[in-house]
Design a binder for this molecule. Structure first.
Ligand SMILES: CC(C)(COP(=O)(O)OP(=O)(O)OC[C@H]1O[C@@H](n2cnc3c(N)ncnc32)[C@H](O)[C@@H]1OP(=O)(O)O)[C@@H](O)C(=O)NCCC(=O)NCCS
Length: 164
């Protein structure tokens, strides 16, 4: 895991600052229906997505990074304040799934974004994301049920916490 590199090594995951050129790629990633079902988070329209990212890039309390895999934009990872707690979130483009990208990205992000505790809200059925978080030291802290517009019904959510 590295934070910058001019020539990536094979399989290397690098975090760098988000640029506006990344946004159309992030937009494509969040449109995948399997991804939205996993995350239980509905895809935004292009306008809503770009407005959402403009707010993120303008907000100094948000820590956000682009994830590069072998030099390609593979996704994004960020932390933000919600109800007085710091949350982490990430999204990997489908073509990069299952290659350890999320695990390496979260692990690198945690070394960079040192605020603790850190929380993550994950749909209970999102086994891959729970696994990513647990491998990086998060533990299940609480559970809740909430309506998901993607699933059209109430689903179970896990709240995971990283203490140190
Ligand atoms: C969830 C997500 C981040 C996983 O990214 P990834 O780069 O494929 O994850 P990794 O390759 O680091 O794999 C992490 C672990 O999950 C497992 N895993 C991956 N896909 C899986 C799946 N579909 N079902 C079960 N386990 C899975 C891997 O085997 C690995 O565990 P292991 O090391 O014990 O073998 C990615 O699929 C994604 O972005 N999905 C859409 C958005 C989303 O869900 N974001 C998170 C919201 S909380």
């Amino acid at each position: 895991m590295a934070h910058s590199a001019s020539v990536p090594s094979p399989g290397e995951v690098v975090l760098r600052d988000v640029t506006e050129d990344d946004l159309p790629l992030f937009f494509g990633h969040q449109q995948d229906p399997d991804a939205t079902r996993m995350a239980a988070f509905p895809a935004r329209s292009r306008d809503a997505f770009m407005a959402h990212w403009a707010r993120i890039l303008d907000d100094e309390t948000v820590v956000n990074k682009t994830i590069l895999f072998d030099g390609q934009v593979a996704g994004s990872i960020l932390s933000f304040e919600q109800s007085g707690e710091r949350e982490v979130g990430y999204w990997i483009g489908r073509e990069f799934w299952g290659r350890g990208v999320a695990t390496k990205a979260l692990s690198g992000f945690l070394a960079h974004a040192r605020q603790r505790p850190l929380y993550a809200h994950v749909a209970g059925h999102n086994v891959a994301s729970v696994r990513v978080l647990e491998k990086c030291g998060f533990v299940v802290f609480d559970k809740e049920r909430e309506f998901s517009s993607v699933h059209g019904k109430e689903i179970g959510w896990l709240i995971l916490k990283l203490e140190a």
